[in-house]
Design a binder for this molecule. Structure first.
Ligand SMILES: *[C@@H]1O[C@H](CO)[C@@H](O)[C@H](O)[C@H]1NC(C)=O
Ligand SMILES: *[C@@H]1O[C@H](CO)[C@@H](O)[C@H](O)[C@H]1NC(C)=O
Length: 497
């Protein structure tokens, strides 16, 4: 370590760069950049290219395929059809009259739907509810799917990750989840769905949109938002999990991607407690040499989150999450910065780094004598991404984190390559490796836009996102980021002890 720090310091002197750090930081690799010179380029005047130009150009050379690539990836288990439709339009088509709002924990009827929709529309707040009556729900779903202007999309993290993976023609992709006829038709034809996971009806998730200022009766929406509801028992119980694990034996994947654990939360503790135990047994049946990536999603029950942390995280190799999920994890597990109620603006890199380190030390394999499998976390937030890996297990991290940021910077704008006129750098140019002590001051260098630092046995790779100024559709962006990051990641062969 001392040798590395010395080499780094010499390099800094040799190229005339500067750095600034407290003395006891020998464990850290620093990135040095000539900040004042680059600052002046920010405006992108005349001859000086903008930061966005520099980053986009540098990314092109950084996205390199790993030496060993995946050939067969199995993905499960949440999948559905998202129907996006005008909320007021649909309710009118269902012959529902406007009225006063009232929140309902669970929707039992069209009346409940109307009241809950109005309740949230009046506040411009997002909400998601379960609709308990199957028949009525199916009638509403049919009306929604046929409503003029309704848009149908592939939904569910597993299906979205599968769709992204299927854009690579050499990759065999198996998708397991509740796949109905409509979803099957919408899936990329490269995706293999085992017969056991096909079902007669689709799981529709109805997304009722409203615009800012939109009026219905005496209700007016202060801002645009959406009200989501479904009668989705298959995903709520992760009913495809056993089929998924059983189909792996024949499919022989070299990577397994798992998502949908968050769907069980809404089913109540009795169900999730039981199902989570079964899930752990099923996941443990996956051969040890096949890495498992777990994609997390929004959860609100600390007890459930804690159970996932204790029981599931140590038996997967990798997780993907965003800033809300990361903070919730710290709060549920009483980790660092658990007292922070929410992020204010762009999440502070130092705090994010502290929580990532804590997860890998607490639930991962940062100590080689640990029994845990977790060695990789792909963190994404609007302004930047971080890939944190335990040393010795993963390769090609810089390319992987950049590939994820590249997809975030393009897909949100609905394009395939970065258009610098449509994006904006929002990441901080300076940040600390930790919010606690000791910390190292780090910089973002637009010509070398991956900042690397180490803490303990863990290496962090950060790259900014070129944030789309006018995003078209951001649903499933996190899934696309994680999928892309996995494509470019490489698992290093492990030496037997
Ligand atoms: C890092 O790895 C070494 C062995 O390679 C181990 O002794 C040490 O405990 C690990 N550090 C942490 C923080 O887990
Ligand atoms: C980094 O740490 C220094 C010293 O503690 C502090 O003054 C500075 O505000 C920190 N920067 C950020 C971005 O938090």
């Amino acid at each position: 370590m001392w040798r590395k720090a010395l080499a780094a310091a010499l390099l800094a002197l040799a190229v005339g760069y500067f750095y600034h750090a407290s003395p006891d930081l020998s464990e850290q690799i620093l990135q040095y950049i000539n900040l004042p010179a680059i600052r002046s380029a920010r405006q992108g005047q005349d001859s000086q290219p903008s930061f966005e130009h520099l980053i986009s150009a540098a990314w092109e050379t950084l996205i390199t395929v790993p030496t060993r690539q995946w050939s067969r990836v199995a993905v499960g288990v949440n999948a559905c059809v998202d129907v996006v439709v005008s909320g007021v339009g649909l309710l009118q088509a269902l012959a529902v009259d406007p009225g006063t709002g009232l929140d309902h924990e669970v929707l039992h009827s069209k009346e409940d739907l109307r009241e809950a929709f109005i309740h949230y529309m009046a506040r411009g707040a997002a909400a998601e509810r379960f609709f308990s009556d199957k028949e009525v729900f199916q009638r509403i779903a049919r009306a929604a799917a046929e409503y003029p202007g309704a848009k149908l999309y592939v939904g569910g993290n597993a299906a979205l990750i599968g769709q992204k993976l299927a854009t690579y023609p050499d990759l065999m992709v198996l998708l397991c989840g509740p796949v109905g006829p409509k979803l099957h038709e919408m899936l990329d034809e490269q995706i293999v769905v085992p017969p056991g996971s096909l079902q007669e009806t689709d799981e529709y998730h109805l997304i009722l949109e409203y615009k800012a200022g939109e009026q219905w009766g005496s209700t007016q929406a202060p801002q645009a938002n959406r009200f989501i509801f479904s009668h989705d028992l298959s995903n709520g119980e992760m009913s495809s999990l056993e089929t998924f694990v059983a189909s792996l034996e024949e499919f022989q994947p070299d990577l397994v991607v798992l998502s949908g654990l968050h769907m069980m939360e809404g089913q109540g503790k009795e169900l999730w407690e039981e199902r989570l135990k079964e899930a752990v047994v099923a996941i443990s049946d996956i051969p040890k040499d096949v890495p498992i990536h777990l994609e997390l999603a929004s959860m609100t029950d600390k007890e459930y989150m804690n159970s996932i942390m204790q029981e599931v995280m140590p038996i997967v190799s990798s997780i993907g999450l965003n800033e809300q999920e990361l903070l919730f994890l710290a709060q549920a597990g009483e980790g660092p910065h658990a007292d922070l109620p929410s992020w204010k603006g762009i999440p502070d890199v130092g705090r994010v780094s502290d929580i990532l380190l804590w997860i890998l030390e607490q639930y991962g394999r940062s100590d080689p004598s640990s029994e845990a499998d977790l060695t990789r976390i792909h963190f994404h937030t609007l302004a930047y991404h971080i890939l944190a890996t335990v040393d010795g297990y993963w390769g090609n991290q810089a390319a992987a984190v950049v590939a994820g940021a590249h997809v975030a910077s393009t897909q949100a704008c609905g394009i395939r390559s970065v258009d610098v006129s449509k994006v904006q750098l929002k990441a901080p140019l300076e940040f600390n490796s930790s919010h606690l002590e000791p910390k190292v001051k780090l910089f973002l260098n637009p010509t070398e836009p991956v900042t690397v630092w180490r803490r303990g046995n863990i290496t962090f790779h950060l790259t900014p996102v070129l944030v789309c100024k006018q995003p078209l559709r951001t649903v499933g962006l996190g899934d696309a980021i994680s999928a892309e990051g996995l494509i470019y990641s490489e698992l290093k062969p492990q030496q037997p002890f």
